[in-house]
Design a binder for this molecule. Sequence first.
Ligand SMILES: [Zn+2]
Length: 316
Amino acid sequence: MSTVLPWHEDAWHQIQSQIRGGRLPHAILLQGLPGSGRRQFADALCAHLLCESEADKPCGRCRQCMLYNSGNHPDVLVLEPEEKSKSIKIDQIRRLSLFVAQTSNQSNVTKLIVIRPAEALGPAAANSLLKSLEEPPGRTLFMLIAEPGTALLPTIRSRCQPVALAGAGTEQAMAWLQLHSSAAVDDLAAALQLAPGSPVAALALLEEGLPAWRAGIEERLSELASGRLSPVELAKLASTQPALRAIHLIEEISARDSRAFIQSHHMQDLRRELLFQHKLLPVKQQLNSTANPNELMALEYLLIEYAGLLKARTGT
Ligand SMILES: [Zn+2]
């Protein structure tokens, strides 16, 4: 997919004006949230720079476009962590150095290097990359993809022109999701809530079966009150998705119920609901901050608390 996403148009125009003015630097840092379409942006830029057509780039028909679309363009190198690894290894940077040093197979073509994400560069790999980044021979464009405000080596950052990739607005994101998914609007909104500003990530959640999982868990939460299902059983059922997703769902339901209790003046129930919501925060913090949290245990704990809350309810 090499079209520019609507919420990236400003960044695209900025780059296009640099290309037209011959002012494109040899390294850019694409800063945006994961799942907001950062890869698509780099992809669209590669396709645009490679295409030989005079207008309507990428034409999709010229030799360069055909090569690029085949995924085997000799002047494009994508570096990302190899399977089961979280970091880009120094060996991969050595390959990159060789790639940069080679003369281009194609005449008049810029060598394109995509590094995603730049956060995956360990200190040794980052230092090794500096040499290539400093003075690349010939025409080269490095595209480093990173989250905004991420900690990168200052020497790397200072060699890249920052390009801010905006997240999608809610309306833009919904419109885009509706074009790409046949899921119900409620499901789209729920997925987007888990990936704010990042409809590409939201779409991935939808494709992972998130709406069905949510509906299933929500339905079975009511069985906790009657005791037909135990908190431990429900925690096990919910654990096909990360615990934080289950907690977000319970949080949403609790907030919705709280609003209903306010309207119906069930103040005792509201108070219990708010007390429960206070217990969610430290669990979420723990899940976010610990390297290997015991997700199942955290979820069991919250569901035991939630079951107690449901059983104590007076109003509905
Ligand atoms: Zn073309």
